[in-house]
Design a protein around this ligand. Structure first.
Ligand code: BES
Ligand code: MN
Ligand code: ZN
Length: 488
């Protein structure tokens, strides 16, 4: 497990600059106007900062860039990082600037001389998000833990503004940890245990075991896990921060801890990536953590279906017919289209038990969504424009890519089965849409619903603005904001 970088706020005091170890950050707008910290750094370094500002190099900088002066004379720090940023950046600029600072710091202690910088809480958020490093399985000691100190003229105010953002950053951290963790470590049982630990944050956590799931009739979910030695589980996390009588928002996550494809076995090349096939459940967990830590004034219930899709003598065969909890029968043409079989039972259970005001499901559901949208946008599907637009707005505000795709009867028709109520696959065309159509068959008429296909965004091969390679935590920020703006 990784830990969140520590971020402290203190009064703005120029006297600390000379002695600070690690890295010292000063902020200069692109026009080059130096504030008190820049002038002090300039004096300590006998004019180095002024020479930088007057250089050709500085003429080419963009807001958010960092220019590092290594081993500055007159300072104890190993680097003076000059961050180029207007005094009044927008949220996005401030967060990206913070991410740039974190990337330079690479685990070293940092003193940020923020003076009276506007949106310093967002700058700190960028630092918190980008300081992430998944080193749980690196034997070699990692760099001494850094720690960030932000000096600001109104430090108490900034600290208060930052508190809920820090809670969200911790949710993102948890999602990334879960998604990065290999499948021999994050078994269904280990996953459920990590969720149960969140009771200490004030969440109520129930773990439903296989006997209970059989009793509830979650047969399609159980059919996915039956080839694995790891027991299938459904975990229900309750956050009751709202009025007692308000129905909750339901978040539902696909938690396939490893997806071999089952008897419809995947090819070997790249199969190791399927450790991230629990990414949807990871986002639900991280969002519940964020809501609890920032004490959201809303009722939200998070449900995850935790299974492992393995081939074995007891595994589901292609052609098997299974009856869902809802009662509809499914002909399982392809055991690799397993996510929808997990989700359909958990979604049905969520509606039967909680009658939620709305339901959002998240899943690394289809390779097809990567063909369509790449790694920049999650696929968004919905039966309700107002509900969907509210989510898209939150995602935009958090700079998390999300793009709506259509649903329709003709797509639904592609799921017709000769011998059962439906097949679990609709063929190659529009693979992400037919997967969404399958799920929609398990959404009750009056339930506003959004399906997020995050196969392309949950874990990526190149670093993003806020994350190193690997798990991104996509969705935690958007969902936390979606709750704040619409349910609090
Ligand atoms: N977990 C995969 C989807 C996936 C692919 C996630 C790549 C992340 C990266 C899912 O269970 C799956 O195997 N989907 C199949 C569906 C097909 C059999 C209809 C797919 O996309 O190929
Ligand atoms: Mn699969
Ligand atoms: Zn899968």
């Amino acid at each position: 497990m990784s830990s969140l970088v520590s971020i402290r706020f203190q009064a703005f005091d120029l006297e600390e600059m000379a002695q600070a170890e690690g890295r010292v950050v000063i902020i200069i707008p692109a026009e080059g106007k130096m504030g008190p910290a820049a002038r002090r750094a300039n004096r300590l370094t006998r004019g180095a900062v002024a020479r930088l500002v007057e250089s050709d190099r500085f003429a080419k900088v963009k807001p958010g860039d960092v220019v590092s002066l290594a081993w500055p004379a007159g300072m104890a720090a190993e680097a003076l990082d000059v961050l180029v940023l207007p005094r009044r950046p927008d949220t996005d600029e401030a967060r990206k600037a913070g991410a740039a600072i974190a990337k330079c710091a690479a685990g070293k202690p940092v003193l940020v001389m923020a003076a009276n910088q506007v949106r310093t809480e967002d700058l700190a958020m960028g630092i918190a998000l980008r300081s992430y490093d998944f080193d749980a399985h690196k034997t070699k000691e990692s760099d001494a833990p850094g720690g960030v100190v932000i000096a600001h003229s109104k430090h108490a105010e900034v600290e208060a503004e930052f508190a809920p953002l820090y809670a969200v950053a911790d949710g993102v951290r948890m999602t990334r940890d879960l998604t990065n963790e290999p499948a021999n470590v994050l078994t269904t049982t280990a996953f459920a245990d990590r969720l149960a630990e969140m009771e200490s944050l004030g969440l109520t956590v129930e773990v439903l075991d296989e006997d209970k799931l059989a009793e509830l009739g979650m047969r399609t979910l159980l059919s996915v896990g039956q080839g694995s030695d790891s027991p299938s589980k459904v975990v229900v996390m309750h956050w009751n921060g709202g009025d007692k009588d308000d129905a909750p928002l339901a978040l539902v996550g696909k938690g396939v801890v490893f997806d071999t494809g089952g008897i419809s076995l995947k090819p070997a090349a790249g199969m190791e990536d399927m450790t991230m096939d629990m990414g949807g459940a990871g986002v639900v967990a991280g969002t519940m953590r964020a809501l609890a830590k920032r004490k959201a004034r809303a009722n939200v219930v998070g449900l995850v279906g935790l299974v492992e899709n393995m081939p074995s003598g007891n595994a589901t065969r292609p052609g098997d017919v299974v009856r869902s909890m809802k009662g509809d029968t499914v002909e399982i043409i392809n055991t690799d289209a397993e996510g929808r079989l997990v989700l359909c039972d958990v979604m049905w259970y969520a509606q039967e038990r909680f009658n939620p005001v709305g339901m959002v499901d998240l899943a690394t559901l289809t390779g097809a969504v990567i063909i369509g949208l790449g790694h920049e946008n999650a696929g968004v599907f919905s039966n309700n424009d107002t509900f969907c637009d509210a989510f898209l707005k939150a995602a935009r505000a958090e700079d998390e890519g999300a793009w709506r795709l259509p649903l329709g009867k003709k797509y639904d028709d592609m799921l017709k089965s000769r011998i059962a109520d439906m097949k679990n696959v609709g063929g190659r065309p529009a693979g992400s849409i037919t997967a969404a159509q399958f799920l929609q068959r398990f959404v009750k008429d009056g339930t506003p619903w959004i399906h997020l296909d995050i196969a392309g965004v949950a874990s990526v091969a190149a670093e993003t603005s806020y994350a190193p390679k690997g798990a991104t935590g996509w969705g935690v920020r958007a969902l936390s904001r979606f709750v704040a703006d619409n349910f609090e």
